[in-house]
Design a protein around this ligand. Structure first.
Ligand code: C2E
Ligand code: CA
Ligand code: CA
Length: 716
């Protein structure tokens, strides 16, 4: 009887059209044991709730449900007992409402235990009438429980595998599996997406991620050494796509071993790190290179320089070049900042094109550049490069159709082994550069110790001068200028004086410093205001026709037309007429490309001021400047007066200047006249005014009135 039932169950299992074993066995068990309900239920880990996996009546599968185990016969089963109640189930479990509701009378339940003897499911038969042969039912249940357990485990395994497979397949990381011979046995979707290769295309091939083209053999040797030793490896490598494109990836390789600890597979995980690499490169670039020009920036240059200093060897030559664009501020002011930026880019490109790739060109400040010339066999080569740079900068830069000549001032310092650290080298290069600038720009200087002293003094004076200007502790002295026609003092030249810590500093020294460190405007304004105050005082005392000459530097000429009125304003504020003041300017101030000089001078002369051209003959006088700019006086430089000879015919230079001035309708002033002979010669040559120690040294303001009162012209 039992055998028949077993056979019928096995038959139905093997002929079942459904691939759900659990349903089939529940159905066939229900049929064989004539139970009203047979179900298999899974227990939760706490074994408090059971959830049916399959619920069969004689020939139908019903919907699954969950129920609480407490106070039910199933609770005993869940604890590992076999329960069999042929006809008194309700009486034994009075609190089991479900049993009561369903009208259950007979109950058989067996635990389904896993291989470690834990009950995680139960097999139950319910009868709505007393069970006829409960021993047979129980035996059948026990007989099939093993099979059910195995099947359930298989299902679970399949499910787990399916989930794992799904995870691998859907992973955003590319995954590639190889057998122990490095042949590809599977890849996931991300692999195909990333590399462009389908599984079919790579199946059985050896993967290039394990040996991509852009690394050397040593790299892979090390990689495989690590894998063999520790079973895994990870790092960044370059891989190649189907379309030939290389890309960086982060790759991890793991070895999978079989139960005998033999290598079964290698699994590679990788993802594209192009974006990360790009971001890293950008950060690297921004930290080390100048954003505007693309050349090395200051901090990276310092790193490179200290490296070069440390590794410098005596039998080589290395040099540090410091450069500053001449008058770059003016280019910016006149043409605008984007023009200035464009110029900086072009300058960087030009400097780079003139040096080797192993040399380092850097932008170290607004318009400051540095070059590290590395490891040359001799200093001749360095000299050649410097000459090359200067001749190349003779060529104009063309920006927005505007052609502009931009020159450099350069300081050069050679490395000396073990002598200088980086900051000393830089200081020396800066001293040399300042020296080059002082030498009239567009030139270079090699560092010397004298230079260092000079530059040091300049810095000290600059600081002191700036303080003196703030405290108004400068003074002005006045040197008479005598009219030969009238034989009387008609003008005074205002000359600034500075006593620093009780020591007089010559204007020849501090005026260039004021010009260089942008103090000249303040200084000029002070002298003009001081001269105006003095002149108004003279006028009050009756000297109404005296004119004051005030020196102004080319760096004081406003860049902006709107500031042109400032000089006149000071004069007016002191209730003087513009005709009371003559501005002395040197030839450089008349050059056509100097700020808005032409307009300024026209404005000044139109208002009534006079203009004197100072130190005539020392600069690059161009007669055309004289025609363009309305100059009233030409001041012959004292060096020509000093060199004048007793023989009138030999004084060609001075006589030519005087003749030329006359022909242009300008008056001449001879400066530095110290002797009677000079005075006589100049009188003979037709000079108009005389200034010099012969008549007087510059006078402090309090002596001016008495000088005028006592003045007597004397040429004897
Ligand atoms: P400069 O404008 O050519 O001034 C004339 C210089 O010659 C003055 O020198 C004056 O003292 C000097 N000197 C006058 N007569 C004689 C003489 O008979 N023999 C000799 N050997 N020298 C004589 P100082 O005052 O030392 O000024 C030097 C230069 O400094 C000036 O030359 C001028 O270029 C500049 N400077 C002076 N004061 C000012 C100022 O207020 N503003 C500006 N921008 N420059 C000034
Ligand atoms: Ca002067
Ligand atoms: Ca002069």
């Amino acid at each position: 009887m039992v055998e028949e039932k077993v056979k019928s169950i096995i038959d139905s299992l093997s002929h079942s059209a459904s691939d759900n074993f659990i349903d089939t066995i529940c159905l066939s068990l229900a049929k064989a044991i004539k139970a009203d309900i047979v179900f298999i239920a899974k227990l939760n880990p706490e074994r408090t709730i059971a959830t049916t996996l399959s619920l069969a009546t004689e020939d139908v599968i019903s919907d699954n449900f969950s129920y609480h185990l407490k106070a039910t016969p199933c609770q005993n089963v869940s604890q590992g007992q076999i329960c069999c109640h042929a006809d008194n189930a309700q009486a034994l479990y009075p609190d089991d409402q479900l049993l009561f509701d369903m009208g259950v009378i007979g109950y058989v339940g067996v635990p389904l235990k896993n291989n470690i003897d834990e009950t995680n499911a139960i097999l139950v038969a319910l009868y709505l009438k007393p069970i006829e042969n409960e021993v047979e039912v129980t035996s059948l249940f026990m007989l099939f429980s093993g099979m059910i357990i195995k099947e359930m485990e298989k299902q679970e395994l399949i499910e787990a595998l399916y989930t794992r497979n799904k995870i691998i397949e859907e992973s955003s990381e590319a995954i590639i599996v190889c057998d122990k011979h490095y042949k590809i046995t599977s890849v996931n979707k991300a692999y195909t997406r990333l590399t462009g290769y389908s599984f079919k295309e790579v199946q059985g091939e050896s993967p290039n991620i394990f040996s991509p083209g852009s690394h050397d053999k040593r790299f892979f040797k090390q990689m495989w050494k690590d894998i063999t030793k520790s079973g895994s490896w990870s790092g960044e490598v370059w891989n190649k796509k189907k379309n030939g494109q290389f890309f960086p990836e982060h790759l991890s390789i793991n070895t999978i071993y079989d139960e005998n600890n033999n290598i079964a597979h290698y699994v590679g995980f990788f993802f594209d790190i192009s974006k990360k690499k790009k971001a890293e490169q950008e950060i690297y670039r921004q930290a080390r290179f100048d954003i505007l020009t693309g050349v090395v920036n200051r901090s990276f240059f310092m790193e490179k320089l200290s490296l070069a200093v440390r590794s410098f060897k005596q039998n080589e030559q290395s040099a540090l070049l410091f450069m500053d664009l001449d008058l770059f501020k003016e280019v910016n002011d006149v043409h605008g900042h984007s023009f200035g930026d464009e110029l900086l880019i072009k300058v960087s490109n030009r400097l780079q094109s003139l040096t080797k790739s192993t040399d380092i060109v850097a932008r170290i400040s607004g318009d400051g550049f540095a070059i590290l010339l590395n490891n040359f066999v001799n200093d001749e080569i360095i000299n050649t490069i410097i000459t090359r740079i200067f001749s190349s900068f003779n060529e104009c830069f063309v920006i927005n159709g505007i052609s502009i000549r931009c020159t450099l001032s350069m300081g050069v310092v050679f490395f000396e082994e073990g002598k200088d650290d980086v900051s000393t080298l830089i200081k020396k290069a800066e001293y040399a550069m300042c020296h080059a600038k002082d030498n009239g720009r567009n030139s270079f200087s090699y560092f010397t110790q004298d230079m260092q002293n000079k530059v040091y003094r300049q810095f000290v004076l600059k600081k002191a001068l700036s303080e003196a200007l703030s405290n108004e502790s400068l003074t002005v002295v006045y040197q008479p200028i005598v009219s030969l026609a009238e034989e009387k003092v008609s003008k005074f030249e205002a000359l600034v004086r500075w006593q620093n810590d009780g020591v007089w500093v010559s204007p020849e020294e501090f005026i260039p410093i004021a010009e260089k460190f942008s103090l000249i405007k303040k200084l000029g304004e002070f002298v003009l205001a001081e001269a105006c105050r003095q002149l108004i005082e003279l006028k009050r005392q009756g000297y109404i026709n005296i004119q004051f000459n005030v020196n102004r530097s080319v760096y004081e000429i406003p860049l902006n037309r709107s500031e042109n009125d400032q000089w006149l304003m000071v004069i007016k504020e002191h209730r003087l007429e513009p005709s009371d003041i003559c501005f002395e300017l040197t030839e450089s101030a008349l050059a056509p490309d100097k700020r808005n000089n032409e307009r300024l001078f026209s404005q000044l002369t139109a208002a009534g001021c006079s203009i004197a051209l100072d130190d005539f003959g020392t600069g690059y006088s161009s007669l055309s400047y004289l025609r363009r700019i309305p100059v009233d006086y030409i001041k012959i430089d004292k060096s020509f007066i000093r060199d004048m000879s007793q023989n009138a015919e030999e004084n060609v230079l001075v006589s030519t200047i005087i003749a030329m001035s006359k022909s242009l309708g300008k008056k001449t002033v001879a400066e530095g006249v110290e002797t009677k002979e000079q005075l006589q010669l100049l009188t003979e040559l037709g000079c108009d005014f005389i200034q010099g120690y012969y008549f007087s040294k510059p006078l402090p303001c309090e002596d001016v009135v008495s000088y005028l009162a006592n003045f007597k012209y004397s040429a004897q």
